[in-house]
Design a protein around this ligand. Structure first.
Ligand SMILES: [Fe+2]
Length: 438
């Protein structure tokens, strides 16, 4: 699409009073045209180019029904086929639903050995990683498949790494702290949200209920398989929460102050929001809509590629303690603090928010200042959460107002994320943001 920018300066009052003019401008907005005030969007073209690195999963396959032929993809892993012994990492919910049955049957029917580790829980612990590694080593596994939501995929990454490495897990936390290599790895998401299949990030909960991240391109998988059939049966609430998580990835990647924020991530974030914004309602309210499910899975993957290289910020930093202390699902934790963090950030990045707004809400009124567009964007995201059936505040997920100080204390430990935020967040700011999210 080509952007057309038009100038109404000097005739704003006439535009505001003239119904016909307003109709024309709204039509222009819907076609993707922008008022001149929104020109910072086009200034991206002249933005100073910084050095950056962009890593992603080398092979991404979108195959509807592909999980039932998962074994056939093993030939594309860097492993001698006849000797492949797969450590299949998943969670008990997936097994109970029979979601992995066809995949496992296909793998074993092709003569590959398979060891099942299906003890992954939400907010996976470092201990669960170590017990999976112990089992994989004892069984002689030489490649890993992670099949499930972000938790299963995050654990699978670490199993692939730790089976082959002598480096202790404790020394791997942080950015680029990993040394050594990993086993061949394939990831298969069963939710459209985390984008973990294209991120070199594994988030684990340590003994202190703190979430820590291992961030390294070494744990990007060899293959990501996107099979929207796997997401068809997801309940509406999970679809909504994971979908909003993906939107947050795109929003935070676009606005990230990381030195590695880059034009590829920005482009991916916009395309992700196009897909997520256009399909999230359909995916939630018409769960068996294959097109909507496929678009959500694709949007989630694109957002994952974006934030893997232009990392997320304060929404995630403040969401993590909500998840680790109160076991609120990750996507919902993000949704609960999203609006308040964006309102806090808006003074620093209203141009960016205005640029993102029409990608989620194509009908948003663009004939106003970027500040006003950003404000409307934030309000509409809040309204969308409610429309999708997500809880309206922290009070609705069992959190007491007296817990806010602890939440803020833990959030301040997420320095890896907070440094990427468009606006510096102090402890007092974090308290206020939680209060506004209450
Ligand atoms: Fe996330």
């Amino acid at each position: 699409m080509r952007w057309i920018i038009y100038n109404i300066s000097g005739i704003e009052n006439y535009v505001a009073d003239c119904r016909e003019f307003r109709i024309i401008l709204n039509k222009l907005s819907q076609m993707g045209c922008l008022p001149l005030e929104s020109a910072p969007r086009s200034n991206e073209k002249n933005a100073k180019m910084n050095d950056f690195v962009f890593n992603t999963t080398p092979s991404i396959r979108q195959i509807l029904g592909g999980a039932a032929r998962l074994g056939e993809l093993i030939k594309d892993l860097p492993i001698s086929q006849p000797n492949a012994h797969i450590c299949f990492v998943t969670d008990p919910g997936i097994m109970a639903l029979g979601l992995a049955d066809a995949a496992i049957e296909n793998i074993t029917s092709l003569g590959f050995k398979l060891t099942l580790f299906d003890k992954i829980s939400a907010d996976p612990s470092a201990e669960s990683v170590l017990s999976a590694v112990e089992m994989a080593k004892a069984e002689g596994c030489n490649c890993v498949i992670g099949f499930g939501g972000g938790s299963s995929m995050d654990v699978a990454k670490m199993v692939a790494l730790l089976v082959q490495s002598d480096q202790p897990l404790d020394e791997m936390y942080g950015v680029n702290m990993v040394s050594g290599s990993r086993l061949p790895l394939m990831l298969v998401p069963t939710t459209a949200g985390t984008g973990s299949e294209v991120t070199g990030i594994s988030i684990l909960t340590t003994g202190t209920a703190e979430k820590k991240g291992v961030v390294s391109p070494v744990i990007l998988p060899d293959i990501a398989l996107l099979d929207a059939e796997l997401t068809m049966g997801l309940p509406a609430h999970v679809t909504a929460a994971t979908g909003v998580d993906a939107m947050v990835h795109a929003i935070e990647a676009y606005t990230s102050r990381s030195a590695n924020n880059n034009p590829i991530s920005k482009m991916l974030a916009l395309k992700a929001l196009d897909l997520l914004g256009a399909n999230i309602r359909m995916a939630v309210f018409e769960g068996d809509n294959k097109q909507a499910r496929s678009n959500m899975l694709l949007g989630s993957m694109l957002a994952g590629q974006a934030f893997a290289n232009s990392p997320v910020a304060a929404v995630h930093a403040l969401a993590y303690p909500v998840g680790s202390l109160f076991h609120v699902p990750h996507g919902l934790s993000n949704a609960l603090v999203l609006q308040s963090v964006m309102r806090f950030n808006a003074s620093e990045c209203s141009d960016d928010y205005a640029a993102l707004a029409p990608h989620v809400f194509p009908d948003i009124n663009l004939t106003q200042s970027n500040q006003m567009i950003a404000d409307a964007f934030i309000s509409r995201l809040g309204a969308l959460n409610i429309e999708l059936g997500l809880e309206a505040g922290l009070r609705h997920v069992g959190i007491k107002e007296s817990d806010i100080e602890k939440l803020a204390t833990d959030a301040m430990n997420q320095t890896r994320l907070l440094v990427n935020n468009p606006r510096e967040v102090t402890f007092d700011d974090a308290v206020k943001i939680y209060q506004a999210s209450y």
